[in-house]
Design a protein around this ligand. Structure first.
Ligand code: NCD
Length: 438
């Protein structure tokens, strides 16, 4: 039996939306409550897990999920044993494996690998972690863990701590939490903050604002008692009117992450933020759930594992059942439908913008120029459609009038999205046959 894939895969948490999540959580609950109802849900289906980067729990949890649904599993667990080591392109590999399997789970060191692979094959690709960009199934299980602990998300406050610059789990989770109107306190290690353009995009997309909040514990963790807070514009704290930088009095959850040394993280002589048993006595953390995607290092000492606020082993335990629900959503919409994921545009490869500015973008390895996609309506920006890096577009051409304008001009703003042709310079546009339109 070959089941038709009905979704194009799951590449980043940008695809998640509240109605999908609500139904998804219910599906996870059904799977947990009545596992025997789903034992043969994927009988005759072949799932390939291709992990071109080390992984233990994520790969095994995907494979456990496949087996629990009666699917067969093909696996490439070691990058050195894959044809990637012989120089085969990712696109070719996806095309070939897509001919053997009905779904491909991919882990890869390059940003945007999952999206690129999905353009090479008809079978859905599930991103099992690509570079520092995305890890949407980890986000789903983080969200499900929080949903079990909190019920509703709106109005909650979560601190996210550690290596925000190189870690994909925090980035991926924070995007989804902003979609759910959660207030987010940023606690990066020194020099391990994410790039400003990611935060700008999030603030614009979800109508969030940036403010500062303080607490002595923030100083213990990051060296600065004041932390950046991202929150929905609608939320106005009473204390905001009393002092310039209000004290944060409660965290509902703290998401810890390890330092991603393999991606170049380095804090020199500084200390990496982590939690201690003594800090758990602080009223800020009185009802704070502790989450971590694992593996952990010194930031999360085993001596606190028995604390009732520790959720990270429960989080890991939920991995397979959450991934079962992902497989059903990808492959069995006919029998177990879910609301659609939000489509993310595949991008337009027709341009002269040169290589993607992100050195870790998958486009470089594959010898491609990055396809662009447009975001924002008030303020238009162009992103690499593989890795979401902001492209330096200064001029916008209109394909119907053949005129080019400065991107910030009113004339450029009036160009319909389907007619837009981005350029780095006016000369590039003129060379391509566009006339200057002011
Ligand atoms: C995370 C990952 O690979 O991004 N781990 C995981 O999926 N279990 C986090 C990490 O490696 O630090």
């Amino acid at each position: 039996m070959r089941l038709l894939p009905v979704m194009e895969g799951l590449h980043s948490s940008e695809a998640l939306n509240p109605s999908f999540l609500q139904a998804f959580f219910q599906r996870v609950e059904e799977l947990a409550a009545r596992p025997s109802d789903f034992e043969v849900a994927l009988r005759g289906v072949m799932i390939a897990t291709v992990f071109a980067e080390p992984s233990t729990r994520t790969r095994l949890s995907f494979e456990a999920a496949a087996h629990r649904l009666g699917a067969s599993v093909l696996t490439v667990a070691d990058a050195k044993s894959s044809s990637n080591a012989k120089g085969e392109s990712l696109a070719d590999m996806a095309k070939v494996i897509g001919g053997y399997a009905d779904l491909l789970v991919l882990r890869h060191a390059r940003d945007g690998a999952s999206r690129l692979a999905s353009q090479a094959t008809d079978v859905p690709i599930v991103n099992g972690g690509d570079g520092r960009l995305g890890h949407p199934t980890q986000t789903l299980l983080d969200l499900y863990t929080l949903h079990r602990a909190w019920g509703d998300f709106a109005g909650r406050t979560l601190g996210v701590m550690g290596d925000l610059r190189h870690g994909r789990t925090a980035r991926s989770l924070v995007w989804a939490l902003a979609m759910l109107q959660v207030r987010i306190v940023l606690l990066p290690g020194q020099g391990l903050d994410w790039e400003a353009s990611f935060e700008r995009r999030l603030l614009d997309r979800f109508d969030y604002r940036l403010r500062w909040g303080k607490h002595p514990l923030f100083g213990d963790w990051t060296g600065n008692q004041e932390a950046r807070i991202l929150e929905p514009k609608g939320l106005v704290q009473k204390s905001l009117f009393l002092e310039d930088v209000p004290e944060v009095d409660k965290l509902d959850a703290l998401y810890l992450t390890r330092m991603q040394v393999e991606r170049g993280a380095d804090i020199g002589q500084g200390s990496y933020p982590g939690i201690t048993p003594a800090q758990l006595q602080n009223p800020l953390l009185a009802t704070c759930k502790l989450l971590h995607p694992l593996p952990r290092l010194a930031e999360l000492p085993p001596s606190i594992d028995d604390d009732p606020r520790a959720c990270y082993f429960e989080q890991a335990r939920l991995g397979p059942v959450v991934r079962q629900a992902v497989f059903l959503a990808m492959l069995r919409q006919d029998r177990w439908p879910l609301p659609p994921l939000t489509p993310v545009p595949t991008g337009n490869a027709d341009h002269r913008l040169g290589p993607c500015p992100n050195a870790n973008c998958v486009s470089h390895e594959e010898g491609l120029s990055a396809p662009w996609r447009l975001i924002g309506s008030k303020r238009r920006s162009f992103l690499c459609a593989f890795c979401d890096t902001l492209l330096q577009v200064e001029y916008a051409g209109c394909r119907s009038t053949n005129k080019v304008h400065a991107l910030s001009s009113a004339a450029a703003h009036r160009i319909r999205p389907e007619n837009l042709q981005p350029f780095l310079s006016r000369q590039d546009a003129e060379r391509a046959g566009y006339q200057w339109g002011g």
